[in-house]
Design a binder for this molecule. Sequence first.
Ligand code: ADP
Length: 303
Amino acid sequence: MKGDRGMFNMITVSNLRFRYDSGSTDVIAGISFQIKKGEIFGFLGPSGAGKSTTQKILTGQLKSYSGSVLVAGAEIRNADRQLYNLLGVAFEFPNLYEKLTALENLKLFGSFYDRKLIDPGKLLGMVNLYDDRNSLVGSYSKGMKMRLNFVRSIMHSPELLFLDEPTSGLDPVNARIIKDIIKGLREKGTTIFLTTHNMNDAESLCDELALIDNGKLIVNGTPADLKLRFGEDKISVTLRREGFRILSEHSLRGIGSDEDFLETLKSGEIETIHSCEASLEDIFIKVTGHGLTGTFSDNSDHA
Ligand code: ADP
């Protein structure tokens, strides 16, 4: 599995369009992208952009689309049940049985798969829920349900995992645990489609990003490429001189013969020096003319 990372496309979307029966416009308006095997692909956009709709199409829940969506080589609208053994899905609102314990939930969901399963106790231990394994899920906090829902999605070692806001509602420690598990899955060759508003998650986890707005794909590329492409070509320097803090900026082009910059370097007065890359948030604003409606960091600490 690991060996063929990046060798072929796990998902190929070509000119995808979708309109809800009740709607008068296409909420997905002709998007195309590819996701390579073993890649974490971040799908970003403001509320209403079309992220959930795309995710529902890619997981076979909405079939009346036009264009083509190949998942592991099969057109998803015609895919047979076997394909679902390869998929793991953890959407934002946990879909769990509240009157069963965590362990019972995992055993029940596990019975739906025709695949080797990871031991439920081990899964619960990975996300600090082992001590609560015999408690009813109805008594769980939102953060505990999120963690349970997450391990539920990986119990059959899916080859393609869909995650929707996986760290939303988690405290920083549990958010880090989930992110580390996600990185570990990538190491094993799992392909991951990650929908998020959280720019920190997007930047720290994703190999490839796509920004979507109004059902259209606005821009895609690696986080580093996007930041370079949309960043400003300059260096900012702060220095302390005679008790004052002074900020100066220098164009990166020709920096080697910029006398001011070279003098500053030699002066020994420099406190900080940074290249001015764009943040993902800046890029989004630049390419769409608006932000992600103030939801950049919804890592609220209420697990
Ligand atoms: P996102 O996940 O990016 O917030 P969605 O995919 O949920 O966006 O929504 C995209 C557009 O489709 C929005 O305009 C939304 O109002 C509309 N929409 C979503 N679900 C439905 C539905 N079941 N029926 C009709 N319109 C819908």
